[in-house]
Design a protein around this ligand. Structure first.
Ligand code: NIG
Ligand code: FE
Length: 416
């Protein structure tokens, strides 16, 4: 008899179960949440052991001390996967936010030594203890809002030694986090002032840091900000080639503010994901569709910076896999939690509520290379499960700011 230490029954269960193959959901399937009325999910030792409907859960053997709950018609679904955040930073950018919203240009602020550079200064000055405490708090806040897997990037160190310090702190936060943390080395975020215009040297030094990243297992992926006046495709090509050679995944901030051909480049190099893509060209979009490269939409930054958000319908029509993330950072997206990303994905990008839920769970798991491990309520997967305070999941996209996350389980343990 199947044994369980966690049983949630009487649910509107959203399984997000794979339809045929272990692939992201695209096109007409992009809004299929796999609903099961009067459903249940059971777990043991951190993994889902079975799902079903009606009273069939009564056949499971409860181990001593098992948690059992009749959720009385509420929604039970996979925990959110947030595949793009910059949680490792100190300091806020209130002034810059105000000047930008009254007309200053994001890239002009950056070129003048503010923006990302301001956060780099504040983060370098912060002690290890202070940064670790900030990371812990931010991961805890995300957990409270239903996130059970989160990507965290470095990127506010710039010079390799400082990037490595920040990656080690993220590794420290990961070791004690209640949820799964996927670490990314954002190796090329901005060019540090002392290097003048020597992008090639900066990239060489970042490549040099990969040895320590690999040795100490500090990151799963390497990222770069490929944008007009920041780094172009040719600058980052050797970095990504070296990263892939070292066995790391690659991901890009691609065509966020301008079309610089980064979306097509991401498809060509088989990036794990292409993120932002608000200004991707039609060619870029076709390339992403052909390669089935997951795209991570970051509507929070379009919202806070005020540029035209990515149009989800173009991507859905082209059958590009779509994920959603908060892009939490102190510059472009001080957005808290995946429910807000879902609201903005619907209101700004034109996703349907169900497409936004797919984008925040199973497709986001695929965007992190975890499409077989989390993001769906299927036997064998990690028991990352949330209970909503509603019987209709579309409320997530609708009642902005409502406290809809009732219970959060990560690897079968109640974490919020
Ligand atoms: O995803 N644009 C590049 N990176 C971040 C913002 C970083 C910052 O402004 O501090 C983003 O939008
Ligand atoms: Fe970002």
């Amino acid at each position: 008899m199947t044994q369980a230490d966690l049983v949630l029954h009487g649910a509107r269960l959203l399984t997000l179960a794979p339809l045929r193959e272990e692939r992201p959901r695209v096109g007409p399937a992009a809004g299929d949440v796999g609903p099961v009325p009067d459903g249940w999910v059971a777990a043991r030792d951190g993994a889902i052991v079975a799902t079903g409907h009606g009273a069939t859960h009564e056949r499971l053997e409860r181990v001593a001390g098992a948690i059992e709950r009749d959720v009385e018609g509420r929604v039970v679904m996979p925990g959110f996967v947030d595949p793009h955040t910059h949680l490792c930073y100190a300091g806020e950018r209130w002034e810059e936010f105000a000047t930008r919203r009254s007309g200053a240009d994001y890239l002009a602020v950056l070129t003048a030594g503010g923006g990302i550079h301001a956060t780099v200064r504040a983060t370098r000055e912060a002690t290890d203890e202070a940064l670790l405490a900030l990371l812990q708090r931010r991961i805890g806040d995300a957990t409270e809002l239903g996130t059970t897997t989160i990507e965290v990037k470095s990127g506010y160190g710039l010079e390799p030694a400082e990037e490595l310090r920040q990656l080690r702190l993220i590794a420290g936060a990961r070791a004690i986090a209640p949820i799964d943390v996927a670490v990314t080395y954002l190796a090329a975020h901005a060019l540090p002032a002392p290097l003048g215009d020597d992008r090639a040297r900066f990239i060489r030094e970042a490549i040099g840091a990969l040895a320590a990243v690999i040795d100490e297992k500090l990151a799963e992926a390497v990222d770069a900000f490929v944008e007009k006046g920041v780094f172009d495709v040719d600058d980052v090509r050797p970095l990504f080639a070296a990263a892939k050679k070292a066995g790391l995944a690659v991901t890009l901030h691609a065509d966020q503010l301008n079309d610089v051909g980064a979306a097509a480049f991401a498809a060509r190099i088989r990036a794990r994901s292409a993120d932002h893509v608000a200004h991707a060209s039609a060619d870029g979009l076709r390339a992403l569709a052909r390669a089935q490269t997951p795209v991570v939409l970051l509507p929070g930054s379009a919202f806070f910076v005020g540029y035209a958000p990515p149009e989800a319908r173009r991507f859905i029509a082209a059958r590009v896999p779509l994920a959603l993330a908060t892009d939490h950072n102190p510059g472009t997206s001080p957005l808290e939690g995946m429910p807000n990303a879902i609201v903005l994905g619907v209101t700004l990008c034109g996703l349907t509520p169900h497409e936004a839920i797919v984008a925040a769970t199973i497709n986001a798991a695929h965007a992190l290379g975890r499409g077989g491990r989390t993001g769906a309520l299927v036997a064998g997967r990690r028991a990352d499960v949330i209970v909503l305070d509603t019987d209709d999941e579309r409320e997530l996209a609708y009642r902005m700011g409502a406290p809809l996350i009732d219970e959060v389980y990560a690897s079968g343990k109640r974490v919020a």
